[in-house]
Design a protein around this ligand. Structure first.
Ligand code: AMP
Ligand code: MG
Length: 497
């Protein structure tokens, strides 16, 4: 096995670490090392994330880096641990969960001085693995890697992904698959479930330690005494609600379904985390369920905003011992009900190229969503074609998407009346930066995954390039912006990954 110094560039001395989460104390985690995998290979790497972390290109190409990000070698200065959390899954209290297949390596200090936690996901058993094997399979790891970077490219708050490594080590799911490890990156991986864990156990000292840590590290404004009568924990609940509302508004606007919005998958920073059976909508179907294990449709596309609120309510309940009165917690949650619709409306206005807000905009937005749903129009293609229509005059390309031509003509008339006084140039500019040409559709991910199973990782790399810049044209990849093939609707993705 290699040592770090064998790499073209020894990273040892160059990395600075902070271990702030570990400083919370042993009640919050268990220290342990990753379990090695045989003969790892690279599946995908993000140069952008490496650069942000200050990891040199030549080191990222080294065998030492490959061994590090497979869990076979320690990254110098890291101190791996698995954290403990609990959560509500599919509406029910699930008790203790925890990092069952992820390890926090620590918090790296980037060249700009920002703190970034690094996690290996799929690195083997932890004390929180329960019935699981601590592993992640190649397909789900590719999906998490690509989607993390796709969401970032779309401007949506998310954990990032540095790389994916694979191994022929066998993993048993419905069939025999192979193992992979994703290295993911975020300012913090703390979840609503971390708070629920200590609250449910009546460990209010730990609950306070955690809340103070999150406030001081990420929400210092909550200490301002004019907020919530100087109750920083109520202020925290409100601030988390606001960030969550803003993120979910972006999901809805771009047509992203998370698939498993359990409270243990909700980031305290309002980031999109824990990519599982997610999906970007193909045809617009408000009730679309992307997770095949979600038989009730609890996490259907159009239920995501309500579920976000439900999850925030759970967070509020967990914070009650610190907040005090339930009325205070409820008051802190209240702004979600106005922030979310306002954020969504602002996003939808941008999609329509509207530069200011007018009262009739809501009708225009609801009108087009109704038509998109009625004719099951491809969501991404519609918005991109509408942008093209505003940029040039491709009205037919928009009309062609609809069966009910009369209805779309009537809507287009309203739309042109509304936009008459706006500069087409400004509108088109906004729309082309708001309505992506490329999203990680299921079938695109699937094609890259099938090739990767045969050790051809070119599809992963090609998608990464597109998804990092989803608003650009990429003329060579036009076909990847097209309609999904018929077989796309037969792809079945569940929690088991
Ligand atoms: P998820 O549905 O991926 O958010 O996972 C829910 C919980 O199950 C978390 O505590 C995970 O760490 C754990 N988990 C999921 N898959 C595995 C696995 N293969 N091995 C161990 N734990 C797992
Ligand atoms: Mg999870």
């Amino acid at each position: 096995m290699n040592t770090l110094a064998d790499g073209p560039m020894a990273v040892d001395g160059g990395l600075r670490w902070n271990h702030r989460f570990a400083a919370l104390g042993p009640a919050f985690f268990t220290r342990l090392a990753p379990q090695p995998v045989p003969a790892p290979y690279w599946v995908g790497r993000s140069r952008a994330v490496a650069a942000e972390l200050g990891l040199p290109d030549d080191w990222m190409s080294s065998n030492a880096a490959l061994e590090v990000f497979s869990g076979n070698l320690p990254l110098s200065g890291s101190a791996p641990l698995a954290s403990v959390y609990s959560g509500h899954q599919f509406g029910h209290w699930a008790g203790q969960l925890g990092d069952g297949r992820a390890l926090l390596l620590g918090e790296m200090i980037t060249p700009t001085g920002a703190g970034r936690e690094l996690q290996l996901k799929g690195s083997g058993l932890t004390p929180y693995s329960r019935m699981g094997d601590g592993r992640a399979v190649l397909r789900s790891s590719i999906r998490e890697f690509l989607c993390s970077e796709a969401m970032h490219g779309l401007g949506i708050p998310t954990s990032r992904a540095l790389c994916v490594t694979g191994s022929d080590h066998e993993v048993y799911r419905e069939a025999i698959e192979t193992a992979a490890v994703v290295t993911r990156v975020a300012p913090s991986f703390i979840r609503f479930g971390h708070f629920e864990h200590f609250s449910h156990r009546g460990q209010h000292e730990h609950l306070k330690t955690l809340a103070d840590f999150v406030i001081d590290g990420f929400y210092p404004e909550c200490r301002v005494t004019t907020l919530h009568d100087g109750n920083p924990y109520a202020a925290l609940l409100e601030a988390v609600s606001a960030r969550t509302a803003a993120t979910v508004a972006q999901w809805q606007a771009v047509g992203f379904c998370h698939g498993v919005m359990n409270t243990d998958n909700m980031s305290i920073l309002g980031l999109t985390i824990d990519y599982g059976p997610f999906q970007f909508l193909d045809a617009f179907d408000p009730g679309h369920i992307c997770n095949h294990s979600d038989h009730q449709g609890r996490y259907a596309y159009n239920r995501q905003p309500n579920i976000a609120y439900w999850n925030l309510f759970c967070l509020g309940q967990a914070l009650l011992p610190l907040i005090g009165e339930p009325e205070v917690a409820m008051a802190a949650l209240e702004p979600f009900k106005t922030i979310f619709p306002a954020a969504l409306e602002a996003r939808m206005r941008a999609k329509l190229g509207l530069l200011d807000a007018r009262p009739q905009d809501r009708e225009l937005i609801e009108g087009i969503l109704k038509l998109l749903a009625q004719d099951r129009v491809d969501y991404t293609i519609f918005w991109r074609r509408l942008s093209g229509h505003v940029a040039g005059d491709a009205t037919e390309a928009v009309r062609d998407l609809f069966l009910d031509r009369e209805a779309i003509d009537a809507w287009m008339l309203h739309y042109s009346e509304r936009t008459m006084t706006i500069s087409r140039w400004d509108s088109a500019n906004l729309m082309l930066k708001t309505n992506p040409k490329y999203v990680l559709r299921n079938h695109l991910g699937e094609e890259a995954i099938q090739a990767a199973k045969h050790k051809d990782f070119s599809g992963v790399g090609r998608l990464l390039v597109l998804l990092e810049r989803p608003f650009d044209e990429h003329p060579d990849s036009e076909a990847l912006a097209g309609f999904p093939p018929d077989w796309a609707s037969t792809i079945s993705i569940s929690c088991s990954s």
